[in-house]
Every structure is written in C-alpha cells, then in structure tokens.
Design a protein around this ligand. Structure first.
Ligand SMILES: [Zn+2]
Ligand SMILES: [Zn+2]
Length: 377
C-alpha cells in the first residue's frame, strides 16, 4: 500500500518528492531493506538515509505521529506555505541530542527551509528553533478550519442541503462561541414571524408532526438554521476522514472529542415505531475495511418531508458532521461511536471520491445515487 510506504519513508527522514518517486517505481520499505547501498544510491537516496534503512540505527518516528503531523500541517512547509514543494519532517531539537520523536519536537519543512534550519548564519542558525516553533503554531492554527470550509464548499451548490440538524447541540455551540445572527438574510423575517427568540434560538413548540419543519413557514426557519449552522461549522476544527478511511489513519486521528466529516453511502434504519413528534430514533451507519461509523438521531429533527421520508431512509450517500464519542477496537474492528450534528445530502462529490477509480466504475454501472462500496451488516 503506497500510503503506508509513504509514511514509513517520511518517518525515516525522506522528503515527500523522493518518497513518491520511490513509490512510483513500485518499491516498498521492505524491498529497500533487501537491497544494497549501491542500489539505494541509484535511487537518489543519500548516505545518511541509506544507513538508517539498512541498519535502522535511528528508530523511525512512530507512524501515528507522522500521520497526525502531516494531517495537521496539510503536508505543507510552515515557513513558506508553498504546497508545491517537497517536504520533510525536521526535529526542532536535533534527534541525536534530544532523542525526541514527540509531535511537539517535529515540524514539516520544505527542503530549502530544512536546509536553513541546519545552516549556521554567523553565530546562529539561518532559521532558529524559536522561528520554527512560532511558524508551526501559526500554520496549524490557519489550517485547522480548512476541512470545515471544504465541506461548506461541497454543500453550497443548488442541490446541496442539510437534511438533519441536532438543534440543541448546534444552538449550544452557537451560544458558546458568541456568534451573531445579525448578518443572516433570514433573521429579520423569522423574528417577525415569532419563530426565534432574542438569543437567536427557536421559539416554536414541538408537536405531533412528522418532522419539526412541517408547518407553513418551516422552510424559512430551515433557511435561518442553515445560515446559523454554516456559521458554527466554520469554527469547528473538523477532520474530514473521507480520504482517510483506513485503520491506520483512523487510529492516529480520531479520539473522543474530535469532530469529523465523512462522505459515503450510509444505511438508515428505524429504531422506534413512532413516526410523529419527538423521539423517532433512527440508526445510521457506515462500514468498510474493518471500520464502522455509527450514530443515532431523532428523525423528528429532519428538515423537510423529503429528508424525513426519502433522503434519510434506506441507503444513501450523505455527508454527516459528527462528534466522536467513543473509539473501540473489538475483534479486529474499529467502532466509532458518534453523536451527529448535521447530515448533508446531495453535496458535490468529494474530490477524493471523484479520484476513486472504483467509484467511477460503480457510477458507470449504476449511475444512481447509491454507493456500492459498503459492506452489509
Ligand atoms: Zn519552506
Ligand atoms: Zn532536520
């Protein structure tokens, strides 16, 4: 698996371009270990790394740390932020002195800035430890909300819509973050209609209808809620795991308390017989390659009749935004217990899914809105 090889090489001091060129030749770490220094030299690998591969004197950086670091910095150098440059993982306090492989001591740098970090200019280094630490902090902060913005981008086209909201949780976040609804297009109108109160949350009573928005001005209230949720979403350090749905990445990136987004073909199943009013419990899950995502939600909080009766039924490609409650590994399967914030439907296809050859084949075959790459329970 090339991603595995990539991480293994990066953890041994390779830069990303060299790692990719080795992978493109069909080589893996095991194969490199089996060859000799001459052959490795031919591949453009320098002496230091050849030794580290053949002798493994320096232990590699733990893969979990590599995955987290590369994810948090989006594989981009924190000094120049140039995404086209090959990058390498650098030890802020040199390895041979610190023997420290912890994330705090590591940073992603391009080759030029890596060189600067090791070159003396007069008394001090061209790029000092302090400069690197500051730049890393700034860059990680900047990219934290990139995934949330990507999801917003996928949602904001004509057909895209939010089919479910966990209203209480979203309002809680809206209030916690002291966000303001004054710039929303619909605030004035929903205020006039008496649908929201002075703090911006709903003042509509729950009743025995199929779904909450099933009343005359429900669609206006939905629009208001959508604006509010999009605002909340922008503040969430979301981890989009759509292109990271494998045990290794999931183990490194998901811990309770994190927020995730994932686009895929989910199954929906009614857990309660009631189809009116609150507490219409519905189960939603996705399972593939030994990883399972699952959550329950109240279908009463669906945002339209079609959401309630069609989009959130059976098996559909959706994009839920969730909070990780638990990560359990059982009999070789990782089960991620989630609490759902919102479910998006008919979003633009995730760029990674578009690149998936398998999916292209399936689409050519079925051309429906179903996703065939999901295991049945
Ligand atoms: Zn750089
Ligand atoms: Zn270095």
């Amino acid at each position: 698996m090339s991603k595995k090889t990539f991480n293994a090489l990066i953890s041994r001091g390779f830069d990303s371009q060299l790692a990719n060129s080795i992978i493109s030749k069909g080589l893996t770490l095991t194969k490199l270990k089996q060859s000799d220094s001459k052959a490795l030299e031919k591949l453009g690998i320098d002496r230091l790394k050849i030794e580290s591969i053949l002798k493994e004197q320096r232990p590699p950086i733990p893969i979990d740390t590599v995955i987290k670091l590369l994810y948090e910095s989006k594989r981009v150098c924190c000094i120049c932020r140039d995404k086209d440059r090959s990058v390498v993982i650098h030890h802020i306090k040199e390895w041979h002195l610190s023997k420290d492989h912890s994330e705090d001591n590591l940073v992603v740098l391009c080759l030029e800035h890596h060189n600067d970090a090791h070159t003396k200019k007069g008394q001090s280094l061209s790029l000092t430890e302090r400069q690197i630490i500051e730049a890393k902090k700034e860059w990680i902060k900047t990219v934290k909300c990139v995934d949330a913005l990507t999801i917003l981008g996928l949602s904001s086209h004509d057909g895209g819509r939010w089919d479910y909201f966990n209203h209480n949780r979203i309002f809680e976040m809206f209030l916690d973050k002291s966000l303001s609804n004054t710039d929303y297009k619909t605030t004035h109108r929903v205020q006039e209609l008496g649908l929201i109160n002075e703090i911006g949350t709903f003042s509509v009573k729950d009743s025995e209808k199929t779904q909450f928005y099933n009343f005359g001005d429900g669609h206006i209230l939905y629009y208001y809620m959508k604006e509010l949720f999009n605002d909340v979403l922008k503040t969430i350090p979301l981890i989009d795991i759509t292109d990271k749905f494998n045990k290794e990445d999931i183990r490194a990136l998901l811990t309770p308390g994190k927020f995730i987004a994932f686009q895929g073909g989910f199954y929906f199943k009614d857990l309660s017989s009631s189809n009116e009013g609150k507490n219409q419990r519905r189960l939603c899950y996705y399972k593939k390659d030994g990883v399972k995502l699952e959550f329950e939600f109240d279908a009463y909080e669906a945002t339209s009749n079609s959401a309630w009766g069609t989009h959130l039924q059976g098996k559909k490609v959706v994009t839920p935004i969730c909070f990780v409650k638990s990560v359990v590994e059982e009999k070789g399967e990782i089960i991620i217990g989630l609490s759902c914030l919102a479910i998006g439907s008919y979003f633009l296809e995730h760029q990674y899914r578009q690149n998936d050859d398998n999916l292209q084949l399936i689409k050519a075959k079925f051309s429906s809105y179903f996703d065939e790459d999901v295991d049945d329970l």
